[in-house]
Design a protein around this ligand. Structure first.
Ligand code: XMP
Length: 511
């Protein structure tokens, strides 16, 4: 069994994988296990430390999640985060109750006592809170390390046992020194060394793919995005002659996308590509459907149907490879105790029964890690730094029914947005940029005439892994140009609005 430096026990937080990846960034190999894993399985991994993640439950609720209590007797350093903190407090007989004042977003903490956790860090720092319960008194044997305005017990520890508890989430980007806190825990409390890197990841995945596939064939579904292109590159280097690369035009693509993807695979990636036009079947199944989850499920199911039909045309195809990322999995909630946010087409949108077995080498990592891996595998910067584009495509950017006229309106507006961002250098500065057709009509005046037309919403966000995001602060002049061009050039649009919400509490895509 593969050993892990740090084990993260998952209590269902949206951010659990972020904990593991922050540690990977510091060269520490971390593995995630479900919260109820047996003590024997934990011991078999020979970890140097344990992290208890956050989670949506309450420790005092009837359906609370508990790990094996023996975890606290292993003699290992433990870091409890949010729910993990409350669990630690509860275990050591402190009281946890609903907070009168729920705390979401930024807060400032003030360090009260020196500790390994805060080594070389400033006394005051910004952190990211997301909790509705609070610890009411200090557990016996623990002392306060840091306070916040709302919490006298924001960080506490039993230094002798190396048990640390944080009310905030150090793993999210908005916690200013969160990464350093996790590093300090790994380095000073657990004595971990920094030796892991993306090269080790590529090597382990290559071995895993070869072992699993044997002499069978793999159908590799690509979209032109970085994730599936990296999977195709990984498979090509691991089992070149056994890979069949397939691209499906689902009728929900952006303008000229199909041609661009075909060109990219032929010329940049030098890979044979089977291109299938399935737009008719996707669009007919989506006719009249307005519920976002239903749209996603129809699209996920139809993709698989098309792949399976293609697989039958070749001999010995037993596997379907997809560029599923951890973000897709956590939001679709197919692991642990997490809540469903949206069913990503390649995860929660899949049919219950499939003839092909899935291969998803990227399912434990994040987009920016995929980009590093892509460069490592020799993909061009152009491919690696393309904005993400979701599998369900424009269907989840049209509120309400998806039909050809709406798709056409959206495509035209989208072309203008991307042109303007590319020509001003903002495309490369942002994580993702797209238009949403709101299906909201409003009154306008053009020339001397009244119009009653559609509204386009522009969504441009900054993010590093898509788990959290903030709206991009585009200069007003650029926004003005985009708005003017869309209204002047796209017939049927008379109003443009800019989405200024962050994720959370919004998400990046509208559906
Ligand atoms: P959300 O909307 O969940 O999006 O904040 C996070 C990132 O994931 C992309 N996304 C998807 N990608 N299949 C995909 O391949 C999907 O079903 C899907 N849904 C969202 C989204 O574009 C953003 O980059």
């Amino acid at each position: 069994m593969k050993k892990a430096d740090i084990l993260v026990l998952d209590f269902g937080s949206q951010y659990t994988q972020l904990i593991a990846r922050r540690l990977r960034e510091q060269g520490v190999y971390a593995e995630i296990l479900p919260f109820n894993v047996s003590l024997a399985d934990i011991k078999a991994k020979e970890p140097k430390g344990i992290i208890l993640s956050g989670g949506p439950a309450s420790v005092y609720a009837r359906d609370a999640y508990f790990c094996d209590k023996g975890v606290f007797d292993l003699g290992l350093p433990i870091l409890g985060i949010c729910y993990g903190m409350q669990l630690m407090a509860h275990h050591f007989s402190a009281s946890v109750a609903p907070a009168g004042h729920k705390e979401y977003g930024k807060a400032t903490i003030e360090i009260q006592k020196d500790s390994a956790l805060f080594k070389n860090l400033p006394k005051k720092q910004t952190v990211w809170m997301s909790h509705s319960d609070k610890v009411e008194n200090l557990p016996q044997g623990f002392e306060v390390l840091a306070t916040s305005e709302n919490s006298p017990f924001c960080v506490f520890a039993n230094e002798e046992k190396k048990f640390f508890a944080l009310q905030f989430h150090p793993e999210v980007q908005h916690s200013e020194f969160g990464k350093n806190i996790l590093k300090n825990f790994a380095k000073y409390a657990c004595n971990c060394e920094s030796v892991w890197n993306m090269g080790s990841f590529a090597k382990t995945q290559t071995e895993k793919i070869r072992e699993e596939v044997g002499s069978d064939k793999v159908l590799c579904a690509v979209s032109g995005g970085v994730d599936s292109s990296v999977v195709a590159a990984l498979l090509s280097s691991a089992i070149k002659k056994q890979v069949i690369v397939v691209f499906v035009d689902n009728g929900l693509l952006r303008a000229n996308e199909r041609e661009q993807v075909e060109f990219m695979f032929k010329n940049t990636l030098k890979t044979d590509l089977i291109s299938i036009d399935a737009s008719e079947i996707f669009l007919s199944r989506l006719a009249g459907v307005i519920d976002p989850e239903q749209k996603r499920k129809i699209i996920g199911n139809t993709f698989i149907e098309v792949f399976e039909q293609e697989a039958k045309k070749h001999s010995d195809v037993k596997y379907l490879a997809q560029g599923t990322l951890y973000t897709d999995i956590i939001e679709s909630s197919v692991i642990g105790a997490s809540k469903t946010i949206k069913s990503h087409h390649n995860v929660g949108g899949l049919p219950e029964k499939m003839n092909l077995k899935l291969i998803e080498p990227l399912k434990e990592i994040f987009k920016d890690e995929v980009r590093v891996l892509g460069l490592e595998l020799g993909l061009s910067k152009e491919v690696v730094y393309r904005h993400p584009f979701p599998g369900p495509g424009l269907a989840i950017r049209i509120m309400g029914e998806v039909n050809r006229p709406s798709l056409e309106l959206l495509r035209q507006a989208d072309v203008i947005l991307l042109e303007e961002l590319k020509s001003t250098g903002w495309y490369d500065k942002t994580w993702q940029a797209f238009c949403v057709l709101l299906n909201v009509k409003s009154v306008g005046v053009m020339g001397d005439n009244r119009t009653y037309d559609n509204t386009i919403c522009i969504r441009v966000v900054d993010a590093s892994d898509g788990m959290t995001a903030t709206f991009s602060h585009l200069p007003y002049e650029i926004l003005e140009n985009i708005s003017r061009r869309i209204i002047n050039e796209v017939k049927g649009i008379n109003r443009v609005v800019y989405d200024i919400s962050s994720k959370p509490p919004a998400t990046i895509e509208w559906e």
